[in-house]
Design a protein around this ligand. Structure first.
Ligand code: NAD
Length: 253
């Protein structure tokens, strides 16, 4: 494993543009379950029943039962060594952009500044019917939160069946087309279109470093360096390997 970590560190150090695509797995060590975690939130709330836009439109009160519980878990979560390690790599000039599928704000809390939130952000709520927008904290004590027009508000996160915010979409593909290294961390790469980003970068010659507890469909197809294990310890080891041989990034973000 040490040899693979050093190989990954060398790729990161020689890259002029390194991006990361992160998924729910990077936040598991912060206590937020991914879709696979046994006994977690998602065993009680089937995502196909609770995380689709059709479900929200037809039964917003029911979907808010899940959103309230998810909000409580996310509210208590703190960045783990994976978020902190990526933040430190950015500070050193070796990580340029993170494209995250997560809506938990932990990359920003972990020190990353260049974060593209591919699936939106839960800090605001919008009314699908009249278009008004509110800060989430304004509505913390309302269950479910309602608009002044009386309709139930929706957090500005992307549900299955909704379009990706156009700026996040175009910026991500633009970065993928130029990236020399892509770190794919804690994602099963099954949710489209986020899962097409690594292959788009690979076609333009990027080196793909994948960090996951288990193999995914990317591992045997496009991954160049597979680091198997927890994101927290592996990103920290990668950071240490980068630090061992450098005094600072040569390609500032
Ligand atoms: P997923 O649940 O489909 O897959 C998670 C992946 O992470 C799996 O491949 C798993 O093996 C891996 N993993 C689990 N723990 C890990 C660890 N400690 N270290 C490294 N890898 C680990 O998640 P996805 O691919 O992100 O797709 C699910 C969708 O639901 C995405 O849109 C996702 O962002 C969203 N979601 C977000 C959150 C969050 O904001 N934290 C939580 C749950 C789901």
């Amino acid at each position: 494993m040490q040899e693979l970590i050093e190989k990954a560190a060398a790729a990161v150090k020689s890259s002029k543009l390194t991006i990361a695509l992160t998924g729910a797995g990077i936040s598991v060590e912060s206590g937020i379950p991914d879709f696979r975690s046994a006994g977690g939130l998602w065993t009680r709330y089937d995502p196909s029943e609770y995380a689709t836009i059709d479900a929200f439109v037809s039964s917003p009160e029911k979907v808010w039962e899940m959103l309230k519980e998810m909000g409580e878990i996310v509210g208590k979560a703190r960045p783990n060594k994976a978020h902190l390690g990526l933040g430190e790599l950015e500070r050193m000039g070796y990580m340029h952009f993170i494209i995250t599928q997560n809506i938990d704000n932990l990359h920003q809390a972990g020190g990353s500044r260049n974060v593209i939130e591919y699936h939106g952000n839960a800090s605001t709520l919008s009314c699908l019917w009249c278009g008004r927008t509110y800060r989430s904290e304004e509505k913390l004590h309302e269950h479910p939160p309602r608009c002044s027009c009386k309709k139930v508000l929706k957090p500005d996160v992307i549900f299955f069946g909704e379009a990706i915010p156009s700026e996040a979409l175009s910026r991500s593909y633009e970065l993928a087309s130029r990236a020399q290294v892509v770190m794919v961390v804690g994602t099963s790469a099954t949710v489209s279109p986020a899962n097409t980003i690594p292959a788009a970068a690979k076609r333009r010659g990027a080196t793909i470093i994948e960090i996951n507890m288990e193999r995914t469909h990317l591992t045997d197809t496009i991954t160049d360096i597979f680091l198997e294990g927890s994101a927290g310890s592996l990103i920290w080891d990668l950071l240490e390997a980068v630090k061992k041989t450098s005094s600072g990034g040569i390609f500032p973000a």
